[in-house]
Design a protein around this ligand. Structure first.
Ligand code: URA
Length: 447
């Protein structure tokens, strides 16, 4: 194998690296024989000069095979997962996974934690008292066989090279690179033992990818890597300029998810995203002929209560308190501490709400973490957020604040108010799903 220094120089100078050399380099880093300083230099060169398609494939492969690659092929059903590139108020997995399972498609899901202004499914689930996300891979396997749904965190055995590399990227300003993000996401997803994958690639102020061009490139890279590994993969490009739903924070989002599973909030952008992803998953999982037929089946499970029952079973099986699922208001510690009022100067309609600013304000309530080591307050965040298109009156309730922090509530109020724009006319409602990408190319939102 060439020396680490020569591989770094090749990437620095824009020369191609042989896939086998890149694999060897990653293996050596994972084994501890390449030090962090050399990998940091390589990552920065990759960040600046990009990776070729064969290099991105080799990096994914090396990270995937650095740990256990689960084989669930002996279990019945086509196992389908969904992954989001991350956003604010993104509680989609909590609603989507039970819907898809209730339609007969097994959903094995390995999720992540929130970092910075974006939330993470694991933190949301752990806000349910008792809920365990640290299952062993044996328990994960058993649960998918017996219940058809399991949601856990990445274990030490899964893609350990990604865990090491991600920690290094986090402190070397090399996270925001499309091929590095794609390889990181896909190595973890392909290790889950899934048969098909749907990606929710978020685009806008509150997403990693701020522009549509970047989001499209990420979607294309992710789908290509999935297909190269013989895992049918599709991506939806969805809006993340405005938070999804009316709650941001861990338990506040679980409460909203339960409401959605009960059939409330049907005509929202949140449910548009959930149902669109469900349609794709059901079509890939063989439970519907087309995504459109899948969307109709998905709604049925909400209407007849099967999706909520599936969520309840998931919580029970992973040791969570089903009492709070049945009666979310039974948690006194989750009650709001204060309200944010509509400013006196506001026009009669909310015209915009900046997802990034809301996400950052939510971190200030204690709902998020700035570094991986920070603890989150499970019940902190915002609820009852007024959204673009809502009519408001000065002095009315703009949102509710949930926090245990004793700091300045006025500063929190001001931060949230600064995320809003008001005007005389309601804005036009735009679709949450902007486009759809498959191995055949971009198809338009509805497929
Ligand atoms: N999510 C991941 O899993 N990896 C990245 O690199 C970025 C987001």
């Amino acid at each position: 194998m060439p020396t680490p220094a020569s591989l770094i120089a090749a990437k620095r100078d824009g020369d191609a690296i042989a896939p086998s050399d890149l694999r060897g380099f990653i293996e050596a880093y994972t084994a501890g024989t390449v030090p962090d300083y050399q990998m940091s230099a390589f990552l920065m060169a990759a960040y600046l000069n990009g990776l070729t398609d064969p290099e991105a494939a080799a990096l994914t492969d090396a990270m995937l095979h650095s740990g256990t690659v689960l084989d669930l092929s002996d279990l019945p059903g086509t196992k389908v997962d969904k992954h989001s590139t991350g956003g604010v108020g993104d509680k989609v997995s909590l609603i989507l996974a039970p819907i898809v399972t209730a339609c007969g498609v097994p959903v094995p899901m390995v999720s992540g934690r929130g970092l910075g202004h974006t939330g993470g499914t694991l933190d949301k689930l752990e806000s349910i008292p008792g809920f365990r996300t640290d299952l062993s891979l044996d328990a994960y396997r058993r649960q998918i066989e017996e219940l058809g749904i399991v949601l856990i965190g990445q274990t030490d055995e899964m893609a350990p090279a990604d865990q090491k590399l991600y920690a290094l990227r986090d402190v070397t300003a090399t996270v925001e690179s499309i091929p590095l993000i794609a390889a990181s996401i896909m190595s973890k997803k392909l290790a889950e033992g899934i048969d098909a994958l749907v990606l929710d690639v978020k685009c806008g102020r509150g997403a990693f990818m701020k522009t549509e061009a970047e989001a499209r490139e990420l979607a294309e890279t992710l789908v290509r890597i999935g297909e190269e590994h013989d895992v049918p993969t599709r991506a939806l490009l969805t809006d993340m300029n405005v938070p999804l739903g009316r709650a941001v924070g861990n338990w506040p989002e679980v409460e909203e998810s339960i409401e959605c599973l009960r059939g409330e909030h049907a005509d929202t952008l949140l449910m548009e995203v959930v149902i669109a992803l469900a349609g794709e998953m059901l079509a890939l999982g063989g439970a519907a002929e087309t995504p459109e037929a899948g969307r109709a089946r998905a709604w049925e499970t909400v209407a007849d209560g099967r999706a909520l029952t599936t969520f309840r079973r998931l919580v029970e099986r992973q040791d969570g308190d089903v009492g709070v699922v049945d009666d979310p208001s039974s948690r006194p510690e989750s009650r709001p501490r204060a309200v944010v009022e509509v400013p006196d100067t506001a026009g009669p309609y909310v015209t915009d709400l900046d997802a990034l600013k809301v996400g950052q304000a939510a971190v200030a309530t204690g709902a998020g973490r700035q570094t991986k080591e920070d603890a989150v307050d499970p019940t902190a965040g915002f609820s009852a957020l007024r959204k673009p298109g809502d009519a408001v009156e000065p002095g009315g309730v703009l949102a509710r604040i949930h926090t245990k922090r004793t700091g300045d509530l006025d500063a929190l109020r001001e931060r949230l108010q600064a995320a809003y724009s008001f005007g005389d006319e309601p804005p036009e409602r735009t679709a949450a799903v902007r486009d759809r990408y498959t191995a055949d190319g971009w198809t338009g939102a509805s497929g």
